[in-house]
Design a binder for this molecule. Structure first.
Ligand code: SAH
Length: 458
């Protein structure tokens, strides 16, 4: 489709918003030509200005709302628009859940051609605020000290943040104190332009169930001026801090972490529980950020696996073994595979920590290790996958189709790649029994899912 001949850049139009994109923008059509507009909701009428016109679609800016959606609400966060970390705070939570359900359903139909798959209503949170266990903020300088919070949308200006409403409150408190203490001891913020200064980012992670806190200082240099005094001051001010870690990133890059990580005070790990299972979490471990909903997600995966104690299970993309250890409580044997060697070290430690011995973990690509296990005679009754956003490697799906496990439980953070992969497995002899979305990230557009597939008898 060409640019619409009658729509001009910078002109104003009255539009009706029909839909919401997967990144939370409203979609309005002018004579069939779609415009994406931030801050508007389906069902709303608005005056907009056309800001950018591409070949089959354009962008607009909200000028005035003329008719409001029943789901519109004033964003609770005062920095919502500047920050951009949340995309749906202007929508009531109930509306967010319905929008996410619709997004999943449409991905199943459009990408997976899976029209009849049951998609359940999204499992949301009773209190969808203050859920994140990890804060990671860039640090800058203003007159009078350090600031830290977020990059103003589409810029590299660091805005100071006192509170983030989706962050556990204790993380906000700890961040504020660490910023103040680092300022007090004269620590300079890293400057992207000059590549000088020390402190690049601060990360704070807390164990929801234990109250343990880990502080990670990400610095340009290995040397931290006044390090000893700084550490003493942090420990004095914040007794819940169990671990202070330094990560060194000497590069000119916007990647946050560097390769070297040193514990500078306290333990290498903090601990958390999901259900009855205890996890040791180190500075660089992947660990789900919403502990309450993680439990909901893993319990759903366990329910779908329908284990009786006799089964052999493979957990592909197992990270630090979270799902594997959940499954091991009910299975005969669980095999976990993960590409990051440190995560597998954590997984083995976590198994030991919980006295779980019916698990075996291996480092490698799932698509290479699982066929090898198959050749060695491992036969999985149930196979669980939890891949990154890009979904499963096709060769892994081919292996699943050859291995013929009775059930496949697919945990996903991306409805589009989930739908694509469910289609491949469907063509290979599986049927999707049900799909359950879980809201791990309220007020953002992300949605997590778990799907159950079972083998169709030939
Ligand atoms: N199941 C875990 C982790 C899920 S995140 C949990 O719930 O905590 C996805 C994981 O897949 C990451 O740990 C990532 O390192 C790993 N990964 C990415 N590509 C992989 C591959 N080809 N083979 C195995 N693991 C991979």
């Amino acid at each position: 489709m060409n640019k619409h001949p009658d729509i001009r850049k910078n002109e104003y139009y009255d539009v009706y918003v029909e839909d919401l994109t997967h990144d939370g923008k409203g979609v309005a059509k002018i004579d069939g030509y779609p415009l994406f507009i931030a801050g508007v909701l389906p069902g709303e009428k608005a005056k907009i200005q056309a800001t950018k016109l591409n070949k089959g679609y354009g962008f607009g800016r909200l000028v005035e709302l003329q008719e409001k959606s029943e789901f519109r609400v004033a964003p609770a966060c005062p920095i919502y628009e500047e920050c951009g970390g949340c995309q749906l705070q202007h929508m009531k939570y109930q509306g967010q859940l319905l929008a996410k359900e619709k997004q999943v359903r449409e991905a199943m139909q459009r990408i997976g051609k899976l029209d009849s798959v049951p998609v359940h209503p999204v499992l949301g949170m009773d209190d969808p605020w203050r859920y994140r266990n990890k804060a990671q903020v860039p640090i800058g300088e203003r007159e009078g000290g350090l600031v830290g919070g977020f990059y103003k949308q589409r810029t590299h200006d660091i805005i100071d943040m006192e509170a983030c409403l989706i962050q556990q409150e204790e993380n906000d408190v700890v961040l504020q104190k660490i910023k103040a203490i680092c300022s007090q001891f004269g620590l300079r913020a890293y400057n992207e332009k000059t590549h000088k200064g020390t402190l690049r980012h601060i990360m704070v992670r807390s164990g929801k169930a234990t109250g343990d806190i880990m502080v990670v200082l990400i610095t340009r240099t290995s040397d931290i001026p006044n390090r000893k005094k700084l550490v003493e001051a942090i420990v004095d001010a914040l007794p819940e801090v169990k671990s202070i870690v330094q990560n060194i990133n000497p590069k000119r890059t916007n990647v946050i972490f560097g390769e070297q990580t040193n514990v500078i005070w306290g333990d290498e790990f903090i601990y958390d529980y999901i259900g009855h299972i205890k996890f040791a979490i180190s500075a660089r471990s992947f660990y789900q950020v919403n502990p309450a909903q993680t439990k909901v997600l893993y319990e759903k995966a366990l329910e779908y696996a329908q284990l009786t104690g006799k089964e052999t299970v493979i957990d592909a993309y197992c990270g630090i073994g979270t799902i594997s250890l959940f499954l091991a409580q009910k299975a005969k044997k669980v095999y976990g595979v993960e590409i990051v060697p440190e995560a597998i070290e954590d997984a083995k430690r976590n198994a030991e920590l919980n006295g779980i011995s019916n698990v075996k973990f291996a480092v490698g690509e799932a698509e290479r290790v699982i066929p090898k296990w198959y050749e060695e005679g491992v036969r999985a009754d149930t196979l669980v996958v939890d891949p990154p956003r890009k979904g499963c490697d096709e060769s892994l799906l081919r292996t699943i189709i050859d291995m013929k496990p009775e059930k496949v439980v697919y945990v996903s953070c991306n409805p589009a790649t989930l739908a694509r992969d469910l289609r491949i497995l469907t063509d290979g002899g599986y049927a999707t029994v049900q799909v359950q979305p879980v809201d791990m990230f309220p007020h953002t557009t992300h949605v997590e899912l778990v799907a159950l597939m079972s083998r169709v008898d030939e």
